[in-house]
Structures are given as C-alpha cells and as structure tokens.
Design a protein. Structure first.
Length: 418
C-alpha cells in the first residue's frame, strides 16, 4: 500500500538520514522533513523528481537553499534583535523605519530573503556580503547613492530590487552575481551600466527605466537568458548592434527615449513578442522588420515616421499595431498581409487615402483613423466582418462618401450614428 503513498510528513524528529526505500515511493507528491538532524542533502532526493512539495527547513544542512514555496511558509521576522537571538531559525527578515543597517546582519547566516524597502538607507554595510544564502534582496525606495562591492559575493542571489534610489553608478562586482534572475534599477540616476553586465548569464529580466542612460553596453547582447528588457524613459539615442544576439528576448520596452533609428540586427530576434518604441524620434524602420516573425505587439506611437517598409506586411503573428501620432502620408499595400491583426491605430497622421488591401485584415476589431486628412475610404473596409470599433472624423467626407461608408459598415459590427 505504501507504493501509492502521496503525502508523507516526517517533521520534528531526530532523523539523520532518510528511511530506507523512500526512493521507491513513486506516487509521492508531498514530503516534509522540517526540524530534523539532517546534515547533508539526502542523495535519495536527487532522483525523486516527482516530488512536487519538498520541505527541509530547520535542518543543519550546509548551504541549503529553500524553494520559493517553502520560504513563504517560514516566519517573517520584523525585528533584528529578535532575529539575532535565534539566527539559525531566520530565513526571512523585513526591517522598517531604519536609516542604517546594523553590521550584525552578518550573523544571520541562513537568511535567504531580506526586505529593506521604503526606509531611509543611504548606504549598505560591507557585511551584507556575508549573507551567502541570500536569494532575494529588496532595498528599493531608499536614499542609496552607491553600493558596496562586497555584494558581488552574494552568489545565490536571484532577485535584486534597487529601484527608486539615488544610484549614479554600479560596482563592477555586480557582474559576479551568476545566479541573478531579476535586476530592477528603475528610477535612479544612472548614466551608464558597467560593460561587464553581460556576465549575468542567468538574468531573465532587466529593468532600467527612468534613469539618465544615453547608451547601452555592447555586452548586453551576451545575456542569452534575457526575456524582458525594460528601458523606457531614458535618453537613449542609439542601440548596440549586439542586441540582435538576445535570441530569447520576448519583451523590449524603449518608450520615451531619443532613438532616431534601429539596428538591422534587432530584426533577427525571432522570439520577440512585444516591441514598444512609443515616444521616440524614429524617422524610419529597418527594411527587414518583417523578419520579426514572433512579434505580436508593435508600438510606434509618437514618432516621426513618414513611411513604412513593405516588409511590415510579413509580420504574420502581429495582433496590435500602434502608429498614432506620426507623419505617415500613405500605407504600403503589403499592410493587408497582417492576417492576425486585431487593433490598428493610425490616428494623428497625414493620411489622405488608404489602400484597398486593408479589407484583407479579416481579424481586425479596432480601427482608429481619427485626425487624418481622409476624404474617401476604400469600399473594401466592408470586408472587415469582425470590426466593432471605428473612429473617424467625417467632416472631410462628401455626402456621397458618407453614404458609401454607411453602406460598407453594414456588413461589420460597427454602428455608425452620423
């Protein structure tokens, strides 16, 4: 019958090893071994990949890192004095109302989560580098201007929140955080990133919003695990060609910069799903932008685009296209190839006409043509069977054109009231 066992609780015993045959429990889903005397990670567990919930806290296992799920089950200490009285029990600590971090923090050798956000810290002690088991450090919303190089010793750190401080530079040692997955540097005063930031080989998300960055280091292209690069509201004028090496990138947010163009290499990122370039000074797009075969959301509102490359019609996965507030005078016929497009914003341009190929956008649901110079519309708009939101200033349409538009829209889901 034990072969069908799914839950096994062996907490609060004196176990120095696991019961014989435990690795044969192929149905086991939950195994809790908290507060025992295990001094090393049991070799039997390495092969029990079917166990979904494993809990080992409270054992004297050297170097034990708890899973996020198990960490949430541990006590959250909120008083440093209390934590220092029982350092072996402290996995999570949150301190509020402090302007200095006590150097005795180094005594919490098992600490894995440290929340110091929303305080008045102007610096961190060198001793923070002694927290070798730390997995998450949140020091956002403080007054930090510099960071100690000793932070590079936090080899197990996975999440580092540094947003909303006064940082003007980062220590070179930050590149030594080989297990870092999430790095938030938003809302600081950074003018540059260290060139060796590309050594953060595990990094999945990098947030550098609202800084004073004018360029990005070429080494960013080495971040093969990066999925999200969030860099809006800086002063970026160009992007390094090396960004084309980010073959796992899914979301690239560059809104509110000073970009005038994009490197052709960017179009080689097949994994890219969201590209936000709103509020820049782009005058053109790469001729081969159609190579972004995975792109679903393209945001180009508030630029200086006068025309679109024909290859834009090759974005077969595109669902949202925002071209509002540019200087477009015409659209390429190829735009009708966007077979999955659901939302198209063309407001605030200088369009005097539309290609009949727009009628091929069979999945289009929202079409915004507000604030253009359109005096006529193609009859083919009536082919947009899924269209239900339609914005247009009709003051330049003749009575005949208005009647034709009404007739065309009868086959859509749009209810025209003029």
């Amino acid at each position: 019958m034990l072969s069908h066992l799914e839950v096994l609780h062996l907490d609060n015993n004196l176990l120095t090893s696991l019961p014989e045959g435990i690795s044969r429990l192929a149905k086991l889903k939950v195994l809790t071994l908290t507060n025992n005397k295990l001094r090393s990670y049991p070799k039997e567990l390495a092969g029990m990949l079917w166990v979904e919930d494993l809990q080992l806290r409270g054992n004297p296992i050297e170097g034990l890192l708890l899973s996020p799920k198990e960490l949430r089950l541990t006590k959250l200490y909120t008083n440093l004095e209390e934590a220092l009285r029982e350092p072996e029990q402290v996995y999570r600590l949150q301190l509020n109302g402090i302007s200095n971090l006590d150097r005795d923090i180094k005594k919490l050798t098992k600490l894995q989560v440290l929340y110091l956000h929303n305080n008045s810290l102007q610096s961190l002690p060198q001793e923070i580098g002694a927290l070798m088991h730390l997995q998450e450090l949140n020091v956002s919303s403080n007054q930090l201007e510099v960071l100690p190089g000793e932070m590079g010793a936090l080899k197990n750190l996975q999440k580092l929140h540094l947003g909303s401080n006064k940082l003007t530079r980062l220590p070179e040692e930050i590149s030594e955080l080989k297990n870092l997955l999430h790095l938030d540097l938003g809302l600081n005063s950074l003018t540059a990133l260290p060139e060796n930031i590309g050594n953060l080989s595990a990094l999945k998300q990098l947030t550098i919003t609202d800084n004073k960055l004018q360029s990005l280091p070429a080494s960013l292209g080495k971040l093969q695990s990066l999925e999200d690069l969030i860099a809006f509201n800086n002063s970026l004028q160009t992007l390094p060609q090396s960004l084309g090496g980010l073959q796992g990138l899914k979301n690239l947010h560059l809104m509110g910069n000073k970009l005038q163009g994009l490197p052709e290499e960017l179009t080689s990122i097949k994994s890219l799903q969201t590209l936000d370039l709103n509020s820049n000074t782009l005058k053109s797009l790469p001729d081969n932008i159609g190579k972004l075969s995975g792109l679903k959301d393209l945001r180009l509102k508030g630029n200086l685009l006068e025309k679109l490359p024909p290859s834009i019609g090759e974005l077969g996965a595109l669902e949202k296209l925002d071209l509002g507030g540019n200087k477009l005078q015409s659209l390429p016929t190829e735009i009708g190839g966007l077979s999955k497009l659901q939302t198209l914003n063309l407001s605030g341009n200088s369009l005097s006409g539309l290609p009949s190929s727009l009628g091929n956008l069979s999945n289009l649901q929202e079409l915004d043509l507000w604030n253009n110079g359109l005096s006529s519309l193609p009859d083919e708009l009536g082919n947009l069977k899924e269209l239900y939101t339609f914005k247009l200033q009709i003051d330049k349409l003749s009575p005949l054109q208005k009647d034709k538009l009404k007739q065309s829209m009868l086959s859509t889901k749009v209810n025209l009231s003029f």
